[in-house]
Design a protein around this ligand. Structure first.
Ligand code: 4AZ
Length: 286
């Protein structure tokens, strides 16, 4: 079952959105983990860079169209996961999704607060590997800037925030139970950066992916518990005030021995140069 991660993220969410118009042929129900993903509600002002990706056309209005997370790294630049923008998710190339929006400054998805900003351009990392999940990031350009105060700096390679043991906060509107209880209000969970070999052992290569220390980051708690889950994908993992990870994948949510895997932001920063330099103006689907 290749690509189970992208499926795991969006299909259950689409199922949860009763108004979803897509026929979910072959959709599997969310993994029924018994573990509660130990987060807590926060106000978006506590992590103002956290945005929701929304398409009401695709996911219906019951959760304002939310289907993934994202993070503002510049006033008009939002990072998210590549697997959030797959054809299986959006039904076509990302730039063809007419109502793809970023919702910023909103804690309660249904409150109407904050801003809904249309996406001008969506670029999926051309190096994304859906088998291992390596390079799971995409770059969205917004039609209107977010306030500077809503932007989080990216941690570069060698930043001490990547050191195992560092406490980090992951935020999103994803599943709170591992069983399909998607949050209406923004939640966060406190996790620790874990040593690469913890994830290398947990994920040597299997149906869900393979841990690649150069482009991924391991986070969670050895005992299980607090973790990101379906619907949080693309959202931020922040430590010491800097962005270190994007929610990417894992086996279930909050399970002991199965930490969360994040896209390593230092690898994104590195790729971004090549990306905008090499691909700017290209209309090729990636
Ligand atoms: C997902 O399917 C997903 N527990 C995201 C994060 C994690 C697992 C799955 C980490 O999008």
């Amino acid at each position: 079952m290749r690509r189970s991660v992208a499926r795991a993220l969006v299909r259950p969410l689409a199922l949860a959105a009763a108004a979803a118009v897509i026929p979910l042929v072959g959709a599997a129900p969310a993994a029924a983990d018994s573990v509660v993903v130990g987060g807590f509600p926060i106000d978006v002002s506590q992590a103002p860079w956290t945005v929701a990706l929304s398409s009401r056309d695709r996911f219906g209005g019951t959760r304002a169209g939310q289907f993934c997370g994202g993070v503002a790294v510049a006033p008009t630049t939002v990072l998210t996961a590549a697997h959030c923008l797959g054809e299986d998710v959006l039904g076509g190339p990302p730039n063809a999704a007419r109502d793809l929006k970023v919702i910023a400054g909103r804690t309660d998805l249904l409150s109407g607060k904050g801003d809904e900003i249309a996406v001008r351009d969506a670029r999926v990392n051309p190096g994304y590997d859906a088998t291992t999940n390596a390079g799971d990031f995409a770059v969205l350009t917004l039609t209107k800037p977010l306030p500077r105060s809503a932007v989080v700096p990216m941690a570069g390679a060698g930043d001490p925030a990547y050191t195992p043991g560092t406490e980090a906060l992951v935020s999103g509107w994803g599943d709170m139970s591992g069983g399909g209880a998607y949050a209406r209000r923004l939640h966060a969970a406190r996790v620790h950066v874990l040593p690469d070999d913890t994830c290398a052992r947990a994920y040597p290569g299997g149906p869900e992916g393979a841990y690649r220390a150069g482009s991924m980051l391991c986070g969670g708690e050895a005992k299980g518990g607090p973790d990101a889950c379906q619907g949080d994908s693309g959202g931020p993992l922040v430590a010491s005030g800097r962005l270190i990870g994007l929610v990417s994948w894992g086996s279930g949510c909050g399970r002991p021995g199965n930490p969360g895997v994040y896209t390593r932001v230092s690898a994104v920063a590195r790729a971004l140069d090549v990306f905008s330099g090499g691909r700017a103006g290209s209309d090729e689907p990636s």
